[in-house]
Ligand binder design. Structure first.
Ligand SMILES: O=C(O)[C@H](O)[C@@H](O)[C@H](O)[C@H](O)COP(=O)(O)O
Length: 259
Protein backbone atom coordinates (compact mmCIF):
# COMPACT_ATOMS: atom_id res chain seq x y z
CA UNK A 1 0.00 0.00 0.00
CA UNK A 2 1.27 3.48 -0.88
CA UNK A 3 2.55 5.56 1.99
CA UNK A 4 0.61 8.71 2.77
CA UNK A 5 2.85 11.67 2.17
CA UNK A 6 1.82 14.87 3.95
CA UNK A 7 0.63 17.46 1.40
CA UNK A 8 2.77 20.19 2.92
CA UNK A 9 5.96 20.23 4.91
CA UNK A 10 5.34 21.93 8.27
CA UNK A 11 6.48 25.56 8.27
CA UNK A 12 9.79 26.51 9.79
CA UNK A 13 9.48 29.40 12.23
CA UNK A 14 12.29 31.69 13.38
CA UNK A 15 12.17 34.68 15.70
CA UNK A 16 14.81 37.41 15.34
CA UNK A 17 14.93 40.01 18.11
CA UNK A 18 17.03 43.09 17.28
CA UNK A 19 18.34 45.59 19.81
CA UNK A 20 16.76 48.67 18.23
CA UNK A 21 14.52 49.85 15.40
CA UNK A 22 17.65 50.85 13.48
CA UNK A 23 19.14 47.35 13.83
CA UNK A 24 15.80 45.86 12.81
CA UNK A 25 15.79 47.97 9.62
CA UNK A 26 19.37 46.83 8.88
CA UNK A 27 18.56 43.15 9.44
CA UNK A 28 15.42 43.38 7.33
CA UNK A 29 17.24 45.02 4.41
CA UNK A 30 19.89 42.27 4.47
CA UNK A 31 17.23 39.54 4.66
CA UNK A 32 15.30 40.95 1.68
CA UNK A 33 18.46 41.57 -0.38
CA UNK A 34 19.76 38.04 0.31
CA UNK A 35 16.45 36.49 -0.77
CA UNK A 36 16.39 38.68 -3.88
CA UNK A 37 19.89 37.38 -4.80
CA UNK A 38 18.85 33.78 -4.15
CA UNK A 39 15.70 33.87 -6.29
CA UNK A 40 17.23 35.94 -9.11
CA UNK A 41 20.09 33.42 -9.25
CA UNK A 42 17.70 30.44 -9.18
CA UNK A 43 14.97 31.62 -11.56
CA UNK A 44 15.82 35.06 -12.93
CA UNK A 45 13.17 37.01 -11.03
CA UNK A 46 11.93 37.80 -7.53
CA UNK A 47 8.26 38.11 -6.53
CA UNK A 48 7.85 40.23 -3.42
CA UNK A 49 4.64 41.28 -1.71
CA UNK A 50 4.38 44.42 0.43
CA UNK A 51 1.94 45.52 3.14
CA UNK A 52 1.17 49.03 4.36
CA UNK A 53 1.91 50.54 7.75
CA UNK A 54 5.32 51.27 9.25
CA UNK A 55 6.82 48.23 7.50
CA UNK A 56 7.63 50.46 4.53
CA UNK A 57 9.75 52.78 6.66
CA UNK A 58 11.55 49.72 8.04
CA UNK A 59 12.55 48.83 4.47
CA UNK A 60 14.28 52.21 4.05
CA UNK A 61 17.82 50.79 4.07
CA UNK A 62 17.15 48.94 0.81
CA UNK A 63 17.25 52.35 -0.89
CA UNK A 64 20.71 53.07 0.57
CA UNK A 65 24.20 51.68 -0.18
CA UNK A 66 25.09 48.90 -0.60
CA UNK A 67 21.65 47.57 -1.52
CA UNK A 68 20.51 50.39 -3.79
CA UNK A 69 23.31 49.33 -6.17
CA UNK A 70 23.68 45.62 -5.41
CA UNK A 71 20.05 44.43 -5.58
CA UNK A 72 18.87 43.46 -9.07
CA UNK A 73 15.85 45.73 -8.93
CA UNK A 74 14.98 45.11 -12.60
CA UNK A 75 14.18 41.50 -11.68
CA UNK A 76 11.66 42.45 -8.98
CA UNK A 77 7.92 41.93 -9.39
CA UNK A 78 6.13 43.88 -6.66
CA UNK A 79 2.65 43.17 -5.28
CA UNK A 80 0.51 44.21 -2.32
CA UNK A 81 -0.95 41.89 0.31
CA UNK A 82 -3.65 44.43 0.89
CA UNK A 83 -4.63 47.77 -0.49
CA UNK A 84 -7.10 50.43 0.47
CA UNK A 85 -9.77 51.23 -2.15
CA UNK A 86 -8.67 54.83 -2.72
CA UNK A 87 -6.96 56.60 -5.62
CA UNK A 88 -3.25 55.81 -5.96
CA UNK A 89 -2.46 59.44 -5.16
CA UNK A 90 -4.44 59.39 -1.87
CA UNK A 91 -2.51 59.59 1.43
CA UNK A 92 -4.20 56.31 2.52
CA UNK A 93 -2.90 54.38 -0.50
CA UNK A 94 -0.44 51.59 0.31
CA UNK A 95 0.88 51.94 -3.25
CA UNK A 96 1.67 55.61 -2.65
CA UNK A 97 3.27 54.77 0.70
CA UNK A 98 5.57 52.20 -0.91
CA UNK A 99 6.37 54.43 -3.89
CA UNK A 100 7.25 57.39 -1.70
CA UNK A 101 9.20 55.30 0.83
CA UNK A 102 11.03 52.83 -1.43
CA UNK A 103 9.97 52.16 -5.01
CA UNK A 104 10.61 55.68 -6.37
CA UNK A 105 14.16 55.51 -4.95
CA UNK A 106 15.23 52.27 -6.66
CA UNK A 107 15.25 51.22 -10.34
CA UNK A 108 12.30 48.81 -10.31
CA UNK A 109 10.58 48.38 -13.67
CA UNK A 110 7.20 50.22 -13.56
CA UNK A 111 5.50 47.42 -15.57
CA UNK A 112 6.52 44.95 -12.85
CA UNK A 113 4.78 46.90 -10.09
CA UNK A 114 1.25 45.53 -9.75
CA UNK A 115 -0.95 48.23 -8.23
CA UNK A 116 -4.68 47.95 -7.61
CA UNK A 117 -6.99 49.31 -10.35
CA UNK A 118 -8.16 52.39 -8.46
CA UNK A 119 -11.03 53.15 -10.84
CA UNK A 120 -13.05 50.12 -9.62
CA UNK A 121 -15.26 49.30 -6.64
CA UNK A 122 -13.86 47.07 -3.86
CA UNK A 123 -15.47 43.98 -5.46
CA UNK A 124 -14.24 44.95 -8.91
CA UNK A 125 -10.71 45.74 -7.71
CA UNK A 126 -10.43 42.37 -5.92
CA UNK A 127 -11.64 40.51 -9.06
CA UNK A 128 -9.27 42.54 -11.22
CA UNK A 129 -6.25 41.85 -8.96
CA UNK A 130 -7.05 38.13 -8.84
CA UNK A 131 -7.35 38.09 -12.67
CA UNK A 132 -3.95 39.79 -12.86
CA UNK A 133 -2.42 37.09 -10.62
CA UNK A 134 -4.03 34.35 -12.73
CA UNK A 135 -2.58 35.88 -15.88
CA UNK A 136 0.87 36.01 -14.25
CA UNK A 137 0.59 32.31 -13.36
CA UNK A 138 -0.30 31.52 -16.99
CA UNK A 139 2.59 33.63 -18.26
CA UNK A 140 5.09 32.02 -15.86
CA UNK A 141 5.92 35.04 -13.68
CA UNK A 142 4.20 33.29 -10.76
CA UNK A 143 4.27 29.55 -10.18
CA UNK A 144 1.43 27.66 -8.53
CA UNK A 145 2.26 25.90 -5.27
CA UNK A 146 2.55 22.16 -5.94
CA UNK A 147 0.80 21.51 -2.64
CA UNK A 148 -2.03 24.03 -2.63
CA UNK A 149 -2.40 25.13 -6.30
CA UNK A 150 -2.59 28.72 -5.08
CA UNK A 151 0.11 31.07 -6.42
CA UNK A 152 3.42 30.80 -4.60
CA UNK A 153 5.19 34.09 -3.94
CA UNK A 154 8.88 34.19 -3.08
CA UNK A 155 8.57 36.65 -0.20
CA UNK A 156 5.71 38.33 1.64
CA UNK A 157 6.46 41.17 4.04
CA UNK A 158 3.76 41.49 6.68
CA UNK A 159 3.09 43.99 9.43
CA UNK A 160 0.75 43.23 12.33
CA UNK A 161 -1.77 45.52 14.02
CA UNK A 162 -2.33 45.77 17.80
CA UNK A 163 -5.36 43.44 17.39
CA UNK A 164 -3.17 40.81 15.70
CA UNK A 165 -4.46 41.48 12.17
CA UNK A 166 -2.29 40.90 9.14
CA UNK A 167 -3.02 42.18 5.60
CA UNK A 168 -6.71 43.21 5.89
CA UNK A 169 -7.63 40.01 7.72
CA UNK A 170 -9.07 41.06 11.07
CA UNK A 171 -9.86 39.00 14.20
CA UNK A 172 -13.25 37.30 14.08
CA UNK A 173 -13.97 38.36 10.49
CA UNK A 174 -15.49 35.75 8.11
CA UNK A 175 -12.73 36.50 5.58
CA UNK A 176 -10.35 34.53 7.83
CA UNK A 177 -12.15 31.38 6.64
CA UNK A 178 -11.95 32.11 2.88
CA UNK A 179 -10.74 28.96 1.14
CA UNK A 180 -11.34 29.57 -2.59
CA UNK A 181 -10.59 33.16 -3.53
CA UNK A 182 -7.04 34.41 -4.09
CA UNK A 183 -7.94 38.06 -3.52
CA UNK A 184 -11.06 39.29 -1.77
CA UNK A 185 -12.52 42.54 -0.46
CA UNK A 186 -13.70 43.99 2.83
CA UNK A 187 -16.05 46.94 3.27
CA UNK A 188 -16.16 47.04 7.07
CA UNK A 189 -12.48 47.13 8.02
CA UNK A 190 -12.17 48.09 11.70
CA UNK A 191 -8.96 49.93 10.76
CA UNK A 192 -9.79 52.88 8.50
CA UNK A 193 -10.31 53.27 5.63
CA UNK A 194 -13.14 50.66 5.62
CA UNK A 195 -12.91 49.48 1.99
CA UNK A 196 -9.93 47.35 1.07
CA UNK A 197 -8.85 44.38 -0.98
CA UNK A 198 -6.70 41.66 0.55
CA UNK A 199 -4.91 38.41 -0.20
CA UNK A 200 -6.53 35.42 1.47
CA UNK A 201 -4.85 32.97 3.84
CA UNK A 202 -4.54 30.17 1.25
CA UNK A 203 -2.41 32.51 -0.89
CA UNK A 204 -0.46 33.91 2.06
CA UNK A 205 0.30 30.42 3.34
CA UNK A 206 1.48 29.15 -0.05
CA UNK A 207 4.50 31.50 0.19
CA UNK A 208 8.09 30.36 0.22
CA UNK A 209 9.20 33.01 2.73
CA UNK A 210 7.23 35.31 5.02
CA UNK A 211 8.63 38.01 7.29
CA UNK A 212 6.32 39.29 10.02
CA UNK A 213 7.78 42.61 11.12
CA UNK A 214 6.89 44.37 14.38
CA UNK A 215 8.63 47.30 16.08
CA UNK A 216 7.84 49.51 19.06
CA UNK A 217 5.41 49.11 21.91
CA UNK A 218 2.07 49.24 20.06
CA UNK A 219 1.78 45.50 19.46
CA UNK A 220 3.54 44.01 22.52
CA UNK A 221 0.42 42.22 23.73
CA UNK A 222 -0.35 40.76 20.29
CA UNK A 223 3.30 39.62 19.96
CA UNK A 224 3.02 38.01 23.40
CA UNK A 225 -0.21 36.22 22.46
CA UNK A 226 1.17 35.08 19.12
CA UNK A 227 4.59 33.93 20.32
CA UNK A 228 4.57 33.71 24.09
CA UNK A 229 2.93 31.24 26.41
CA UNK A 230 0.02 33.49 27.24
CA UNK A 231 -2.35 30.50 27.36
CA UNK A 232 -4.76 32.43 25.11
CA UNK A 233 -6.24 29.78 22.85
CA UNK A 234 -8.08 32.31 20.67
CA UNK A 235 -6.25 32.43 17.35
CA UNK A 236 -5.09 35.83 16.18
CA UNK A 237 -4.85 36.27 12.40
CA UNK A 238 -1.06 36.55 12.86
CA UNK A 239 -1.10 33.03 14.35
CA UNK A 240 -2.76 31.74 11.18
CA UNK A 241 0.34 32.69 9.17
CA UNK A 242 1.89 29.27 8.52
CA UNK A 243 3.63 29.35 5.14
CA UNK A 244 4.69 26.26 3.21
CA UNK A 245 8.24 27.61 3.46
CA UNK A 246 9.79 29.65 6.24
CA UNK A 247 8.29 32.26 8.58
CA UNK A 248 10.61 34.74 10.32
CA UNK A 249 9.36 37.17 12.93
CA UNK A 250 11.51 40.33 12.99
CA UNK A 251 11.04 42.17 16.29
CA UNK A 252 12.86 45.00 17.97
CA UNK A 253 13.42 44.73 21.71
CA UNK A 254 10.38 46.89 22.53
CA UNK A 255 8.05 44.67 20.51
CA UNK A 256 9.59 41.59 22.18
CA UNK A 257 9.51 43.06 25.69
CA UNK A 258 6.75 40.74 26.99
CA UNK A 259 8.24 37.55 25.59
O1 LIG B 1 -3.18 48.59 4.79
C1 LIG B 1 -2.88 48.29 5.90
O2 LIG B 1 -3.48 48.70 6.89
C2 LIG B 1 -1.69 47.42 6.09
O3 LIG B 1 -1.28 46.79 4.96
C3 LIG B 1 -1.84 46.48 7.23
O4 LIG B 1 -1.98 45.17 6.90
C4 LIG B 1 -0.65 46.68 8.11
O5 LIG B 1 0.43 45.92 7.71
C5 LIG B 1 -1.00 46.39 9.52
O6 LIG B 1 -2.23 47.02 9.79
C6 LIG B 1 0.02 46.93 10.47
O7 LIG B 1 -0.04 48.30 10.35
P1 LIG B 1 0.88 49.24 11.21
O8 LIG B 1 2.26 48.99 10.72
O9 LIG B 1 0.40 50.62 10.85
O10 LIG B 1 0.65 48.85 12.63
Amino acid sequence: MAETVPATVPAKRKVEVLGSEEELAAALAKYVADLSDKFVREKGLFTVVLSGGYLIDLLRKLAEPPYVESVEWSKWHVFWLDERVVPKTHPDSNYKLACDGLLSKVPVVPENVYAINDTLSAEGAADDYEACLRYLVESGVLAPSAASKFPKFDLMLLGMGPDGHVASLFPGHPLLEEKERWVTFIKDSPKPPPQRITFTFPVINSSEYIALVVAGTGEVDAVHTALGNSGDAKKLPAQMVTPEGELTWFLDKDAASKL
